[in-house]
Design a binder for this molecule. Structure first.
Ligand code: FCB
Length: 505
């Protein structure tokens, strides 16, 4: 039904006796015309009431103060201090100096109309060596940050691990060593105890796939005249078998942290992961292709989201990995599958497009991967293939596959070649087009009844983009890294208006 039903004309129809029923929750209206009673979708453009409009950052990318107030070194300090690892030799030593400027940054978010903020806690600020005696000054920083946020009406959503493992733990084997899972759970429980009077949502780990696979194996990418190895800290090159064990330890650490947070947090503390979903998108929206994409998504996420949400590795994954499959016990699987309050997913792009294969029935043969066309539009980053419908299908599949109670989009955004015009204006039209088209798809999922309750734009402000250093600007706010001047971009206005109206602006 293409008629545009606003709340007002729905009321008119009802008054004229043509509207015979309207469901507030689904937006479905029953319209009667003569003897013909049809069901039509009232096209609400709104997001749910109480929706969290947030922005996101992480500790190493913005805090700076890398060795202040008793903080121990992390693997990212070590990695960035090693020549050749980061573009232009950039480091997070100072980054956005957020450690000292957090009040200004909270005020910026308030001006952008955000009612939520996803940040991460630097584990080595709290436990310099990963375990042992906590560092009161480190905790004090997060207490002050949380207080500032709450006073500004911004709900704090901390992530406990956004990749900055204490170097002292790496020296003992890092995530290869099963003891790291216990150290992580102890630290998570400690934070829940200290913050859950004001913090009601904790994310355990950010992007398992990225820090595990890229940090422990890396990837060779073709460049003119050869290949280039790209990696994240700690920059190891493990075998497939060793990598699978690290993957297993990461999800086990998550499950143990969930249990520790439940044990130590106040009643009403919510917990979930923030994983980058490996999303298969149906190239064509027809039932058989949608089913194929759903099956592919479940398989592609087998070592991370799927095992966390199902408490078991898929047969396909175990078979594919063969003798290299992780070693695990049933008890570990139970811990990994600990019940969650919500699922956080980072969504930037469709990983693959798929169509149903002719051999439906066998898991591995039930979808066909369709290559991206050469001219497929990309954002400033070559890896960021445009695919707004990813923000529809990702939450949709998380709901259909795993019946998630609540879903948060923990990251979405793009870098742009932002330039200052007239000294203080940044017209980032590309970012606005990107956000608008993705958010329209998210709203579509919400209107379908998918329980999406939060959206965190990456990123609050330009920051240290890992191996790209300061060259990739993902922020809604521009940062001059020489002067630390913050300047909101046009996209910050777009975000504010969207949050204010609770509708894509
Ligand atoms: C994600 C990371 C985040 C940021 C964005 C651009 O993979 O979680 O820290 O780098 O990409």
């Amino acid at each position: 039904m293409s008629t545009h039903f606003t709340r007002r004309n729905v009321a008119k129809l009802a008054a004229a006796g043509t509207l015979v029923g309207l469901s507030e929750t689904t937006g479905v209206a029953q319209i009667s015309q003569g003897t013909d009673t049809r069901t039509a979708q009232v096209p609400t453009r709104e997001f749910p009431k109480g929706f969290y409009w947030g922005t996101a950052t992480s500790s190493y990318q913005i805090e700076g103060a890398w060795n202040e107030d008793g903080k121990g070194p992390s693997i990212w300090d070590t990695y960035a201090h090693t020549p050749g690892n980061i573009q232009n030799g950039d480091t997070g030593d100072v980054a956005n100096d957020h450690y000292h400027r957090y009040k200004e940054d909270v005020a910026l978010m308030k001006n952008m109309g955000a009612n939520a903020y996803r940040f991460s806690i630097a584990w080595p600020r709290i436990f310099a060596n990963g375990t042992g005696q906590p560092n009161p000054k480190g905790l004090d920083f997060y207490n002050r940050l949380v207080d500032e946020l709450v006073a500004a009406g911004i709900a704090p959503f901390p992530t406990l691990y956004h990749w900055d493992l204490p170097q002292a733990l790496q020296d003992k084997g890092g995530w290869q060593n099963r003891d790291t899972t216990k150290a992580f759970a102890d630290y998570a429980g400690y934070m829940a105890d200290k913050l859950s009077d004001r913090v009601h949502h904790f994310f355990t780990i950010n992007e398992f796939r990225s820090f595990v696979d890229m940090g422990h194996q890396g990837m060779d990418v073709p460049i003119s005249g050869g290949t280039m190895h790209i990696a994240l800290a700690p920059g190891l090159k493990l075998s497939r078998r060793e990598l699978n064990q690290v993957r297993h330890h990461a999800v086990l650490g998550h499950g143990m942290a969930v249990q520790a947070i439940r044990a130590k947090g106040r009643a009403g503390t919510n917990v979930g992961p923030a994983e980058v979903i490996e999303l298969a998108v149906p190239l064509i929206e027809a039932p058989e292709h949608i089913k194929a994409a759903e099956i592919a998504t479940r398989e592609r996420n087998a070592p991370f989201l799927t095992v966390m949400l199902e408490g078991k590795y898929t047969d396909g994954y175990l078979k594919e990995q063969g003798a290299d499959a992780p070693k695990f016990t049933d008890d570990e699987l139970k811990i990994i599958g600990s019940p969650l309050d919500f699922v956080g997913i980072n969504v930037y792009r469709p990983l693959i497009y798929v169509l149903a294969s002719d051999q439906l029935g066998q898991v591995s043969g039930s979808w066909r991967e369709i290559p991206f066309a050469k001219g497929h539009p990309k954002m400033f980053n070559q890896w960021l293939t445009l695919g707004p419908e990813a923000l529809y299908w990702a939450p949709k599949f998380v709901q259909s596959l795993w019946k998630a109670k609540e879903i948060h989009i923990t990251e979405n955004g793009c870098a742009s070649d932002d330039v200052l015009v007239d000294g203080d204006k940044i017209y980032d039209t590309d970012r606005i087009v990107f956000l608008r088209s993705y958010l329209t798809q998210l709203q579509r999922a919400s209107a379908d009844g998918v329980p999406v309750m939060g959206y965190f734009q990456w990123s609050t402000m330009d920051n240290f983009e890992w191996t790209s250093g300061f060259g990739n600007r993902f922020g809604l706010v521009h940062v001059d890294f020489k002067t630390q001047k913050r300047t909101p971009k046009s996209s910050a206005l777009f975000f504010r208006e969207t949050a204010r109206q609770n509708v894509v602006a």
